[in-house]
Design a binder for this molecule. Sequence first.
Ligand SMILES: [Zn+2]
Length: 227
Amino acid sequence: MNPSRHPSQRSADPLQRPHRRRRRSPLMLLALFFAGAVSVWGITDIFSRAVVEAVEPQVTQTAALGDMWSQASFPVEDFQAYTSPFGYRSDPYSGSQRFHYGLDLAAPSGSYIRNWWEGRVVEVSDDSACGTSVVLQSGNWLHIYCHMHGHVARDSSGRYFIDSAGGLRLQEGQTVPTGARIGRVGMTGRTTGPHLHWGLKYDDSWVDPALVLRAMYTSQQAVRQGN
Ligand SMILES: [Zn+2]
């Protein structure tokens, strides 16, 4: 990952945006949600435990690189709630236990989604359970955003995602700065309500986004306190 300077230094840290109208930040709520999810669902399955154990040292190790996590952007504006954690859950359609490879962040339909980290658009799609989606690559990380408004089209230079009402267009291969608006929360694909399904992979292994958000929270607190 490229710990480059934040591209929108003139404006406030995008992480501040969801804080304005709420006393508790999304990242703080994440900690509460994660604790609750662990107690309700239990990370008892061998596979999910293995995933968590595999990625936690990576997140911790990366966090040790300094304040780089403080530069990452919280991925959704007008955040309302964490509605489904990473790990096994009762499938909302079938009721059976299935692994959920991401974190669900509920927000009103049309809320803007922000790019977590500067990176390149490696895939746009609108024909899977993920719905209208974009995948960006930042170093060894892949970040995936699902269920957005809009659709995918093609022109002479390739495939692109377009959300005309949201004023958004992303071409495969283009670079997007941290915190830039890249989509809007919708209900395309397999979803029962408007939310962002946010997936993260490091070196092709799924990572619990809650671990990353917690690392971001810790790093931001340290920066605020001048450490
Ligand atoms: Zn999801």
